[in-house]
Design a protein around this ligand. Sequence first.
Ligand SMILES: Cc1ncc(COP(=O)(O)O)c(C=O)c1O
Length: 437
Amino acid sequence: MAMAGPLAAAAAARSLAAASSALAAGARAFASSSAAAAARKSWFSDVGMAPRDPILGVTEKFLADTSPDKINLGVGAYRDDSGKPVVLDCVREAERRIAGKDFMEYLPIGGLRDFVTESVKLAYGDACPDLSNVAAVQSLSGTGSCRLMAEFQRRFMPHSTVYIPVPTWSNHHSIWRDAGVPQSTYRYYKPETKGLDFEGLMEDVKAAPSGSLFLLHACAHNPTGVDPTPEQWAAISKLMAERGHFPFFDMAYQGFASGDCDKDSGAIRTFLRDGHRLGVSQSYAKNMGMYGQRIGAFSIVCDSKDEAARVESQMKLVARPMYSNPPLHGALMVKTILRDPQLKAQWFAEVRGMAERIISMRALLRRNLEQLGSQHSWKHITDQIGMFAYSGMTPEMVDTLAAKHSIYMTRNGRISMAGVNTKNVARLASAMHEVTK
Ligand SMILES: Cc1ncc(COP(=O)(O)O)c(C=O)c1O
């Protein structure tokens, strides 16, 4: 009903008064909440400073150094002989081929199917005759695959412990810790011989409770560069089968160890031929130089097609709340390369080229050290394989290299051989000679 005259004026005055009293109440509430905010301490005042990442922290120190001759041997990223990052020609060509296509849609949770299929074939070769028994998804590179494995282990292998080699890539411990999986370690490296502690490894495999998950580096072990021989892998496979362990291969460097992608997945294929059910993490960061694309695959070999379907459905359930679905661009590039015989052959040649340059730098570094008259044996530099040389230098020697020579590496004495080139190798050798005298 419409109001008029004094009645309407009184109603308007009442509603104005109500509005201004609501405003006043709001202001009081605000004043008292800011007083409360001032009275209580900040939400985050108790948050401590996290320690620097042992690997990425090296780059921070390197960047802060103003010396024109500084050398960064910390991060495992390939550089050419001029110290420059490399984009492979096959990657450039794949990028050219997909340019302008409509590919901005979401991928499914499990990623690009053709990419995943090609990745599994690349890892397993003909050692896995029935790929329909394989559960597999695209992952956020090697780190993401390991994280999926760890979470999957927590959910579906509830009484198992993860056995991690000593030493290992430092992130392995954090990944399994964050997934809440109990951890143990197994012996891997023998400082006295600078080689594999095969006896220790076998004893630890034997002693672990049946049904443990063993984290194995498929090739180019990080940080030691020490891999078991084919005969040693065969013995490890046999013992793990007897003990009923589950092998999980982290393969971050396929092709980077020997230059041959088939040879570098030889251990996985040996285990498959021995009838193991196993898991594999693959990464295209190093071998395709696609570090920032975060592109990889995670797979598990199951007993049957039906089991693989169930396992794969659960892998997707792990991935969905973590990151929903993986990125498309890198997957399309890798698929383009692996599906085209010519591009694939070109990629194989380019991986071989990177591996061979590193192998030749190992020889050159050793020769330089020997020519300088070093009293130490540097044979391990050329015996080791892959991206890293585990030099045997102490943390104090590494600190002196940084402070006096502007040469940076992780404090465990690990040298990223990918950062060594014909221009800096002599300076590196003479600094190493000086600090190890
Ligand atoms: C043994 C090992 N696993 C996994 C990774 C992870 O690599 P990304 O996540 O870049 O593929 C690395 C990288 O350094 C590694 O050395």
